[in-house]
Design a protein around this ligand. Structure first.
Ligand code: PMP
Length: 407
């Protein structure tokens, strides 16, 4: 596993040296949020200690410097996902905020009573509820693309769902619960053949898979800064300018206007028409630092390392008596969800916690997945490129201990 210098990488993340209950922290909850490298922490400290200012408003030095840094961050994101134009990058609060924006504005512009929206059965609640709300608002119908027992979405099934009534398909790239990597290129091709645009939830893909929105011809792509080693409270909506410039604003306020009078208001051009109010300037700057950090290591190397780690973890986890995986798709990324015999996931998670091992337990904001498998929740270990085989061994030893104590 000589993809990069793992010891050096781990030193870049100060929190990884922390102890929990006197034990070394083993952080395997990266699906929920990732830890931050010193470069990101430094970028935030530098911003607040030397050029904090509001953006796009002032003529003064600091305001210009902050504006330049925010707009450099936008170009950094553009380059990271290979968007054609920088105005196709909208700063939001996160994945959830981005999806709500698309669901609201796209539905308002394009969806009529009786139209259909397709989502998949493995979506995070944030890619379900906004579409349910849009359907309620517009009198549209939500269609669900069901998955197989192993947690894959059958492509043939999509053909049955797509129709002339379908207005948009919203689907996750990587499942936060099952780890399934969906074949986005094929999905987009099928949808486009039916004249249906695709919104891709990349919350669990952006940090694990190289993304090229032009090569994949993705219409909308959303992700959160905090899942790719950046700060919380910042996220991205990428949208093809042909769509975004035709959609009505999501929120009104300062910065998103051209002119305002009591007779009426005209809206700003992209990207600002979707960025009402003072933006999360520090968040954008921190996200930029995170993307630069990831690029310096290389997403190809990260993906290869994480793949090996995931395979190693799979083999080791299977040594735990009674362990069964929830989500056994052939293509998986960074996540193993599992149950052990009749043990409640919460009890397993608590015993791991006492050993310094952070995993997540519960429904992972995917209750329909739990319904599908008839389970209350899972234990989820989600990995990053800063995790090691030794940490996988610690998890497995911790599980053996938990089984001995709880059985
Ligand atoms: N979609 C997926 C697949 C996710 O994993 C998450 C976060 N768990 C979200 C959406 C929502 O992201 P956020 O809470 O950062 O808005």
């Amino acid at each position: 596993m000589q993809h990069f210098d793992i010891d050096k990488v781990r030193k870049d993340f100060p929190i990884l040296a922390e102890t929990v209950y006197g034990k070394p922290l083993v952080y395997l909850d990266n699906g929920a949020t990732t830890q931050k490298p010193q470069a990101v922490i430094d970028a935030l400290v530098t911003y607040y200690s030397s050029y904090n200012s509001n953006v796009h408003r002032g003529v003064h030095f600091l305001s210009q410097k902050a504006t330049d840094a925010e707009e450099a961050a936008r170009r950094g994101v553009q380059q990271f996902i290979n968007a054609a134009k920088e105005e196709e990058i909208i700063f939001t609060k996160g994945t959830t905020d981005s999806i709500n924006l698309v669901a609201f504005s796209f539905a308002k512009r394009y969806i009529q009573p009786g139209d259909e929206i397709i989502i998949s059965e493995m979506e995070h609640h944030s890619n379900i509820v906004p579409w349910q709300m849009a359907c309620e608002e517009r009198g549209a119908v939500l269609k669900v693309w069901r998955m197989d027992e192993n947690g894959t979405l059958p492509l043939a099934e999509l053909d049955n769902l797509l129709s002339e009534k379908t207005k948009i398909l919203a689907v996750t790239w990587v499942s936060n619960t099952l780890g399934t990597v969906n074949p986005i290129a094929e999905i987009v091709a099928k949808a486009h053949a039916a004249n249906v645009p695709v919104m891709v939830d990349a919350a669990q893909a952006i940090q694990h898979v190289p993304v090229d929105v032009q090569a994949l011809d993705i219409d909308f792509l959303v992700f959160s800064g905090h899942k790719i080693y950046g700060p919380t409270g910042i996220g991205i909506l990428y949208g093809k300018s042909a769509w975004l410039s035709d959609m009505p604003p999501y929120q009104g306020g300062g910065s998103m206007i051209k002119t305002v009078s009591f007779d009426g208001t005209t809206y700003a051009d992209l990207p600002f028409r979707f960025e009402a109010g003072t933006p999360n300037v520090s968040g954008a700057i921190g996200l930029h630092a995170a993307l630069q950090y990831v690029q310096a290591i290389g997403l190809d190397k990260i993906a290869a390392y994480e793949h090996e780690l995931l395979q190693y973890a799979e083999a080791q986890l299977l040594t735990v008596p009674g362990l069964r995986f929830i989500g056994t798709a052939p293509e998986k990324s960074a996540t193993h969800s599992f149950l052990i015999g009749n043990l409640h996931p919460f009890d397993v998670g608590e015993l791991l916690d006492k050993q310094g091992i952070a995993v997540r337990t519960g429904h992972h904001c995917c209750q329909p997945i739990m319904d599908k498998f008839g389970i209350p929740g899972t234990v989820r270990a989600s990995f990053s490129f800063y995790n090691t085989k030794a940490e996988v061994d610690a998890l497995v030893a911790g599980l053996h201990k938990a089984v001995a104590m709880l059985s």
